[in-house]
Design a protein around this ligand. Sequence first.
Ligand code: CO
Length: 505
Amino acid sequence: MSNTAEKAYEELISRWKEAELIGSCAAILHWDEQTYMPRGGAQFRAEQIAYLAGLAHKKSIDPKIGELLGVVEKSDLTKDEFSDSGANIREIRHEYDKSVKIPQKLVEEISRTTTIAQGIWAEARKESNFGKFLPHLEKIIKLELEVADCLGYEKEAYDALLDNYEPGSTTETVIKTFEGFRKELVELVGAIADSGVKPDISILQRDYPIDRQKLFSQEAAIAIGYDFHCGRLDIAAHPFTTGLGPSDTRITTRYNANDIGQAFFGTLHEGGHGIYDQGLDPEHYGTPRGNSVSLGIHESQSRMWENHVGRGKPFWKHFFPRAQQMYPEALSNVKFDDFYFAINDVRPSYIRIEADEVTYNLHILLRFEMEHAFLKGDLVARDIPGAWNDKFKNYFGITPSSDAQGCLQDVHWSAGLIGYFPTYTLGNLYGAQFFEKAQDDIKYLDDQFAAGNFSELKKWLHDNIHTHGKRYRAGKLVEVVTGKPLDHKYAMDYLRAKYTELYKL
Ligand code: CO
């Protein structure tokens, strides 16, 4: 390998790390904003974060990066695209091209438009007044189409936007995967609704003192392998996880004294995100090789710990006696089976973020189909409420009584996040496929969980997924790890087996 290329690569990485370093400073300001900052600090904090974001952006679009990429791309460093340097160069090129293709003027206009639109959306949702939000949504769709044009795409504009959140995925693959999934899901949800069986969920809504919930959530996070030496658990209104550096990944949750599940499953979810970030290779921190693959792969980790593990029977064989000890007043007379059924309650409901693990995916498929249609021009923005409700009736068997309960409930579109929704369901699909493979590879996983031992699964995830960073794109990673391309079959098999038993279908 030529000395020039090696030097150029070193400089490229060092420049990229500088931008990431600035980004991590902004991330801790953001964490503080969401957890401890007094409300009065909001305006100045926004200024601080915007300043750092601008600085990082400037570093990452420096023409020097383009020059260095030009040098290293001609060298042996890219011979194997899955080597450390190969992956880094591939992903830095991808990011760099995207950043330089969108004119600064457009970036600023989107930022202005979405800031205003989010405020209007919040009011429109409160008043359930879609007309109020409509002109802003129309403008956002127009701007996002401009972004797609700047970025370029082979088949359709949605491809370009989807790539921002799930790099390498195509609309075509998503449609193909989701269509098969939807058909089978609608059937399962219908069968559950028709079963006439309903768990008693009131047992989850008794008095669950928050100080004990804190202990219990923390205990579970430690058990599944979230490392508190390099992390913390705090309270936030909208729970999130943030990786602040190679040994500092923080998670958040929120407590409700009359709901045992919200904080507990929320902590397992964020703990899953946290374990992923804690498992990234510190040697490559600040480069793509030391960063997570995509939103979908990140979500596959959180959902696996939250649902496949945390809502499973073996998990509660270990944790239910502990829960009874923690909350004797609420749970001492509750039977294991009743508790297990209650935490796996499935029923059609209007609000996505309150949905169970089965119906959740239908909420996502509906949103994906809507945004795909309006971006393509098959659906005009003013017809969204009607189209939403029709689809909803089709998939869930019920119709929202207001737009607040329907198409106005999510912040995403007002924030310009079009192409983001599929990552939630992709996460569930990746997660199910990974989990099935882990069950194949590790013998007696259920027995281990029932004994409170989660370390082998964590190690499997670390060795197969976490430590590789962005070595592979999501689709390739699934193939490398499981030997098969992404398929909705694994999620469907898992859901069908679990809920057929619970609802006696
Ligand atoms: Co998540």
